[in-house]
Each structure stands twice: as structure tokens, then as C-alpha cells.
Ligand binder design. Structure first.
Ligand code: PLP
Length: 374
């Protein structure tokens, strides 16, 4: 039977045959009894948990299915997932990357991989001519986030996939903000999807994790698998179990986050103390048309520019009662953060606040914003 994503996520693990438990056990054993000739017979059989573990295998196969990929690898964080892909490239390879993305990835590329011979050109991914102009014969990888964190810019994934293909390069899309509920980069032509499980997938602010999904189990996917298994940056069984549990309610949570976020965005867009709201599904977003075409839902992440500059933005954060001044996004609690203060080498506007809408009632969130802006 061809299952829809919601059904697939709930039924990702079979009933445990030894007990009848419908919730899969967390397999903490690091070592497994195996056939004497082990790996020769079956390279995927359970031997040692760094190599493979039942909780990891279940999470990986569900993530691959939800993103429409052939294979997935669960890694210790979203950042480590990106690091593993960069390690799988070779000195002399060239990367074209979005100039607006989670700042930690830029730090990895500039501080660690540039001296190692992996060079990156940063471009505005909303400008297709700039993307094309940045491509070189040695470009192996094109990286984009859509929407970006924190400027909430979109990139036309299908158009950039065409450019990457023309130059024989691999397109990687960070789908952390949109999630497979709202956007399917592989269907749009991407070769690799990376997701920080820390955000919407686990969804409760209690798991750090990442996953890489490959459209095809080709050479790069195999190299990443070797790096994960030999290098050992794997996701623990407990975190795999928690992330897999999060997947069961992902679709409903992302819908609720998105509906509330749109209500909050509409309120803020009309408020005289707010200069601009950046939210993909709000009609004032400069790429609203692309958002409607590419994203089924707007997700729970937005940024706002506060009139009066840095001081007014910080004051707003301090006056809020339900929004916690904390980093990250995609969980149950609404969070707000002055990004310029925490990003290394930030070019984010000083009056920008990134807002993650949680699962509270939107009317309560709006009332809190109203009193804080009064
Ligand atoms: N990708 C995006 C879009 C992010 O916002 C983040 C972290 O904030 C990451 C990747 C890195 O994920 P992690 O914190 O799990 O290492």
C-alpha cells in the first residue's frame, strides 16, 4: 500500500515481535551477536552500534521516505551533518553557497575547510544570474537554505537545480526551516537534503541531531556513509528514538506552527512600531509568489525589523512574557532572539529579531506582543 507521509511516520516501526509493544524499544546495546562470517555475508547486519543500530535504521528509513530520497544517514547534529559532507569532498573542489544561511556553516567553510583546500564562493541565491556566474568547472557542490535563517529569503530550488545540473554539480538544500511537510527539495531537483533534527523534527527542544538524505545512493552518499561509520559522528539510539517519535506528530505540529505564525505575522505587519515582517506566506514578503509555488506552508519561523533600531528591538525582547529569549526554533515554546548579538561576523540588521512561533494559542502570543509593543 502506498502510504501518505502522516501514516508512514506513525507506522515507521513495526510492532516489537518479542513483546507486542507498539512503541519500539530503545536499543542501548553497543554490540550485537552476529554470524561468524558477519560483514562478508551482509554488510548491513547489526554488529556494532557505530556501524548501525535499530533505532538509527528506523529513523533513517523514515526520513528517506518522507523526503523522497534513496538513503539517509543520521548524524550527531545538523552542523555535524554538513561537516561530514564537506569532509567527503576533496581538496581543490569548489562550493557555491548561499550568502545568507545559518552562520555556523559559513564558519566551518571559512575557518576549517578553506585552509584545507575547499574554496567557497558566496552568492545571493535569489539572483539566478549571480548563481550561474559563480559556477566553475571544479564546482562540486551548490548549497542553499530556503527559507534562509535569519533573513527568510527564498531560493528557486528547481531553477538552481537546473543550473547545478548544467555544471555537473550536486545541489544540497538545507530543509530545516520548511521540513518535508512544507517543501520537497528532491522533487524539485535537489540531490541532497540536510535537516537539523534539533528543530521541527524532534520538535520539543530536547534533542540535538542531524540527517543527510540522498536522492540516489551514489558515490558521495557512499563516502558519507563510510565517514559516518568509520568516523563515528552518529546519532545516539536515544536521540534517534526521540526524533522518530517527533516524526509521528510532525505534520500536525508544522501545520499548527504555520497557522499561528501567519496570524502573528498579519498582526505584526499592521503594527506601527514594526518596520517589516519577513514571513514567506505573508503577502508583503518580496518572494510571496515563489513561497506559494514552492512551500505548502509557511512554517513557524519569521524575522521582524523593529522601528527605532537595536535599542527598540532589545527592549521588545525584554518586555515579552510568553516568548523566551532563547536561540533555536521549531519547538513547542515560542522563542525570540536578537540575531546580530549571537552570530559570529554577523551582517544581520541590528533591529532584526528572529521569532519562532511555538504551539501556544496564537491569541495569547498576539496579546503578549501587543502589551510588549504598547
Ligand atoms: N541548519 C539551519 C537552518 C539551522 O538553523 C541550524 C542551527 O540553528 C543548523 C542547520 C545546525 O543544526 P544543529 O544546531 O543541529 O547543529
Amino acid at each position: 500500500m502506498r502510504l501518505r507521509p502522516e501514516t508512514r511516520a506513525v507506522h515507521s516501526a513495526a510492532t516489537d515481535p518479542s513483546s507486542g509493544a507498539i512503541v519500539p524499544p530503545i536499543v542501548l546495546s553497543t554490540t550485537f551477536e552476529y554470524e561468524t562470517t558477519g560483514l562478508e555475508q551482509d554488510p548491513d547486519q547489526l554488529i556494532y552500534t557505530r556501524w548501525q543500530n535499530p533505532n538509527r535504521a528506523a529513523l533513517e528509513s523514515t526520513m528517506a521516505a518522507l523526503e523522497g530520497g534513496a538513503v539517509a544517514h543520521a548524524i550527531s547534529s545538523g552542523s555535524a551533518a554538513m561537516l561530514t559532507i564537506f569532509q567527503a569532498l576533496r581538496p581543490g573542489d569548489h562550493i557555491v553557497s548561499s550568502d545568507d544561511m545559518y552562520f555556523g556553516i559559513r564558519v566551518q567553510l571559512n575557518e576549517f575547510f578553506a585552509p584545507w583546500g575547499l574554496h567557497t564562493t558566496y552568492v545571493n541565491m535569489s539572483d539566478l544570474d549571480a548563481v550561474r556566474a559563480a559556477m566553475r568547472p571544479e564546482t562540486r557542490l551548490v548549497i542553499l537554505e530556503s527559507p534562509t535563517n535569519p533573513m527568510i529569503r527564498l531560493a528557486d530550488i528547481a531553477a538552481i537545480a537546473d543550473i547545478a545540473q548544467e555544471f555537473d554539480a550536486t545541489l544540497l538544500v538545507d530543509n530545516t526551516v520548511a521540513t518535508p511537510v512544507a517543501q520537497n527539495p528532491i522533487q524539485l531537483g535537489a540531490d541532497i537534503v540536510v535537516i537539523s533534527l534539533t528543530k521541527y523534527i524532534a520538535g520539543h527542544h530536547d534533542v540535538l541531531g542531524g540527517v543527510v538524505i540522498f536522492a540516489e545512493d551514489g558515490e558521495l552518499a557512499q563516502r558519507v556513509m563510510r565517514l559516518v561509520r568509520i568516523g563515528g559522528g552518529v546519532l545516539s539510539p536515544m536521540n534517534c528514538w526521540l526524533a522518530a517519535r517527533g516524526l509521528q506528530s510532525l505534520s500536525q505540529r508544522v501545520r499548527a506552527h504555520s497557522e499561528s505564525a501567519l496570524e502573528v505575522a498579519c498582526f505584526l505587519a499592521e503594527h506601527p512600531k514594526i518596520e517589516q515582517v519577513l514571513y514567506p506566506h505573508h503577502p508583503s514578503h518580496p518572494q510571496y509568489e515563489l513561497a506559494l509555488r514552492q512551500m505548502a506552508l509557511g512554517s513557524g519561523l519569521m524575522s521582524i525589523l523593529v522601528k527605532g533600531g537595536r535599542g527598540s528591538a532589545l527592549e521588545l525582547v525584554n518586555r515579552l512574557q510568553l516568548f523566551t529569549n532563547a536561540t533555536s526554533f521549531g519547538g513547542t515554546h515560542s522563542l525570540i532572539e536578537h540575531r546580530e548579538s549571537i552570530e559570529e561576523g554577523s551582517s544581520t540588521p541590528a533591529n532584526l529579531l528572529r521569532v519562532s512561533i511555538g504551539l501556544e494559542h496564537p491569541a495569547d502570543l498576539i496579546a503578549d506582543l501587543q502589551q510588549a509593543l504598547a
